[in-house]
Design a protein around this ligand. Structure first.
Ligand code: GRF
Length: 218
């Protein structure tokens, strides 16, 4: 099996706090990853600044529409040859082409306890449903939106006076830990997708790994 630092490409659209978490962890040796390509579909994405400061090649995609966006993403990824592609706040739907080409090597961070609340507006939907807990999931990307096999999750309680904003603010730091810990599994080449299943060290995962209070996956 291929070893060495995990060649990682990250796709963003916004603040890029999750991208920054990965850059920092790789920078100080907590993550054996080489974050070598950042793609954004928004020119104004503040997250691009994290890539610039870390001297990571960055590229804008999708400025001429969705169809060319898929082609641009595919060709940028093919040029870089990543071991892992991370969608970290990438707010545009990928077409079947890049998804098929990187199936099993592409993960997405989603702010809900999938399969609950695929799509947008997850905090408001969780509050409207009266959920007692909310959370985030990291899953393999498959053609159906937010429906690929879930690798790991983090849960937080919903408080009586929570608003979508307060929930998002409390979940944010835990999402960072979740993403870092999940990417670490990939750096150790422990995770693979097998049809609808996730395998860890060759064994089928019965249910998603859960992030504990110390930031470890169990
Ligand atoms: C995160 O909440 C993630 O769950 C969602 O988009 C947000 C990205 O935040 N998919 P950032 O751009 O990494 O700060």
């Amino acid at each position: 099996m291929k070893q060495g630092p995990l060649r990682t490409a990250v796709l963003i659209s916004g603040t890029g706090s999750n991208l920054k978490t990965l850059i920092d962890a790789a920078g100080d040796g907590r993550l054996d990853a080489d974050i070598g390509l950042v793609l954004s579909n928004r020119a104004a994405a503040p997250g691009l600044e994290h890539a610039r400061r870390a001297h990571i090649p960055r590229m804008l995609v999708g400025q001429a529409g969705r169809e060319s966006q898929d082609r641009e993403i595919r060709s940028a990824l093919d040029g870089y040859q990543p071991d892992l592609v991370v969608l970290a706040g990438f707010m545009s739907i990928l077409g079947p082409e890049p998804v098929a080409a990187y199936c099993g090597r592409m993960i997405n961070l989603h702010p809900s306890l999938l399969p609950r609340y695929p799509g947008l507006d997850t905090y408001r939907r969780a509050l409207a449903a009266g959920d007692r807990e909310h959370g985030a999931s990291v899953h393999f990307v498959t053609p159906e939106l937010d429906a690929g096999p879930v690798i790991a999750q983090v849960r937080i309680p919903v408080l009586g006076d929570d608003t979508p904003d307060s929930l998002a603010a409390r979940l944010g730091p835990r999402e960072h830990e979740l993403l870092r810990a999940t990417v670490e599994l990939f750096t150790r080449r422990q995770v693979e997708m097998n049809g609808p299943d996730v395998r860890i060290d060759g064994r089928r995962l019965e249910k998603p790994l859960q992030l504990d209070k110390r930031g470890r996956l169990d």
